[in-house]
Design a protein around this ligand. Sequence first.
Ligand code: SMO
Length: 736
Amino acid sequence: MRRSVTTGGRVSKDLASQEWIGRAMTRREDGPLLRGAGRFTDDLAPAFCLVMEVFRSPVASARIAELDVSEARAAEGVHLVLTAADLGALGASAVNPLIAGAPLLPMTVLAADRVAAAGQPVAVIVAETRAQAQAAGELILFDTAPDDPRDRSHPVAQWRAGDPGAAFGAAAATVAARIDHPRVAPFALEPRAVLAAPEGDGLTVHLSTQTPFRARDDLARMLGLAPAAVRVVAPDVGGAFGGKASIYPEDVLCAFAARRLGRAVKWTATRGEEFLAATHGRGAATEGRLALDAEGRILVLEAALDFPLGHWTPYSAYAPPSNGGRILPGPYVAGAVEIDLAVRTGDAPAVNIYRGAGRPEAAMLIERLVDKAAGAAGLDPLEMRRRNLVPASAMPWTTATGEVLDSGDFAALLDRLEALTGYASLRERQARRRAAGEVVGLGLALYVEPCGRGWETARLTLAEDGRVQAGTGASAQGQGRETALAQLLADALGLPPERIDVAEGDSARLENGIGALASRSTAIGGSAMLRAARALRAAVAAELAKLRVNDWPGWEGAARHLAEAGALPVTVDETYTAPAEAWASGAVLAELAVDRDTGLPTVERITWVDDAGRVLNPMLVEGQLIGGLAQGLGAALMERLVIDADGQLLTGSLMDYAVPRATDMPGAIRLAKQATATAANALGAKGVGEAGCIGVPAALLNAAQDALLPFTTRDLRLPLTSERLWRALNGLEDET
Ligand code: SMO
C-alpha cells in the first residue's frame, strides 16, 4: 500500500489533499442550535433532580457574627443546607504558578469566619424546587461585624534589559501614558450551570465549562476522589471567554451535595450572580514611558503594571499579569525595558482571564505610548510605527522581555492597512471634516497574540461501520471546532467530512485534555489531530498488513477487510506538545466620530488585517474576529463593573452594565488576511480568538484621543462613554 506517513513533520506530508482546508464550510453544529435543539446544562432535567441555591454575603469586609441555618433546614422541601462547618476538610483549588513566588490564594468554598467580598457564598440550600430553596434562604440568620478592608500590593516580577537610565538620559524626547482598565464581566450569554449526579462510587458532572479535564481534576482533588471517579461533561456551552476556565465554589458545592444526598443536584446562576460572583476580567492600572531618539526610535520602554487579583486566585489568575508584562513591547523593537509588575490581593471579587488575558492591557499601553511618541517626534502615527517595528527578516525575534516572536511580518500588515484604507486620503478627509466642525479621529493599533503553548490530545477510531470517530481534548463553546476538525481530518485522511464524526467536551472520551482557551485550540488541538491522523493511517496499514492486504484499499475497503477479520475498531491516541509558542499578529485602523453636542461616539469603520497563519475555515475565523471586535468595542466604549467604597457592586444587572448591541457595531467592518508561516506547531496555525479584544480597543482609544486632540491632550479614561467624551470636549473633569 502507499503510505504517506513520514517523520519530517512538515504539514504538507501529513495531508493527503488540500481540498477541504480553507473552505468556508457551514458549521455542522448550527442545525440543532438554530432549531432550539441545543442541550445546555440547565436543559438537562434528570428525574428526582434537586435544586441548589446559594446564600451569599450581602456585605464585604466583615467578620461573621452569627450564622444560623436551623430554620432553613426545617423548611418545606429542603433536603440539605450546608455551611462551612458541614464541609469538613476539602482539598485546595489549583493555581497555575505562572509567576514564581507570587501569592497563591485557594478558593474559600464557603466563608467560615470572615467574608471578603459581597456575593461570597456563605451557605447553600438544596431543595425540591428553586422557589423552596429561595424561601428557605430567607430563613437563614446571618449577622456580621465590619472588619478593616484588606488590600495589599505584592511586587511579583520585573523585566529588565539594556540600560534604561542611560537611555532616558540620552533621549531626544520622552512621553508617558496612564491607562486604568475598568473591571469588566466576561459575559457569556449562558450563565454558569452545573448538574452533579452520583454515579457508582463517583460522580458525573455536567458543567458549563471550557476546561472539562481540569474541572475533573479539581473536583476530584477537592472532594478527595480519584480523577477517574469523576466524569465531567460539557454539553452545549453558550460562550465562556475565560470566565468558565477555572473551577468555582458553586461547582464544588453542587458536587459535594450530590454525593452527600445520593441525588442529582443542579445549580444555575442568575444573571445577577454572574456579575457578582463569576470571575471578573481586566481591572489593571498601567503606566508607561518611552524615551525616543531624534529619529523617533524607541530607546527604552518603562512601565509599572498593577493587576488586581481579589480574594482568591482561580487557576489562571496569573495569566493576565504575566501576559501584560511579557507582551508589553508588542511588535516593536525596544532597545531597553524596565517593567515592574505588582498584583493586588484583598477584599474584592476575584479577577481571572477574560478574552485576551493581559494581551489587551499590554497592547493598549504600548499603542497609546507609540501614538504619543508620534506626536512628540512630529511624525504621523503610521510612520512612527513603521520606524519601530521588528522586521520580518529578523524572525524569530527575541524581545526585550525575553519572548521569542516566532513569525510575522508587521511591516506588511501596516502596508496592507495603509493601502486598504487609503490612509493618506483619510487623513486629508479628517482635516476637512475637522475644519467643518466635526470631531473625528483615526486610531491605529498593531498587536501580537501569543497562542498555542503546551499540549492537547486527540483520539481517532476507525469504527465498525467504516466511519471515523474523532475525539478532541480541545472543547468548544460555539467556535465551530467540530466543523473545522472534520475539514482537517478530511484532508489528512482522504475522506469526505461527512464520514467523520467529531466529539468534544467529555472527560470520559479521552484520558486527558486541556480545553478551549488562550487562542490555542486550533493550533494545538488541530496539530494533535493531524498527528493522530498519521497514527491512524499507520495503525490501519499495520492491521491490513497482518491480513496480507498490501495495496491500500481505500477507507471503505480497509474497514471491510478489518471488520471481516474482527479487527475493528482501531483506535489511536495522540498527545501533541507544541515545540514553541506561535505569535499571531494584526493591524487595525478605527475611524471614530464624536458628536460635538452629546459626546456620543460612533465607530464609522474598522479596517483590520490579521495574520493567523494557516486557516482551516475562513468563515469561522471571521466569526471569531467579529465576535472579539464586539467585545473589544464593549470594553473600550461602554463596559465597567463599579464596586463602591463599601464593596457593593453597583452594576449588577443589564440595567446598569452596558454590553454592546447590534446597533453599537461599527458602520463598516473590513477584514483582510495575511498568512505568514509558523513552525511553532505541526498545523502551522496561529490564534484568532482573542485578537478582537486586543487590537480593537487600542485602536478605538487612539481614535478617540485623536478626535479630541483639538480640545485636550489629557489621557481619556475608559470606558469612553458619551459623558466622558462630552466632559473632555468641554474641558470638564471626569466625575467618576
Ligand atoms: S481568556 Mo481565554 O478563555 O484564555
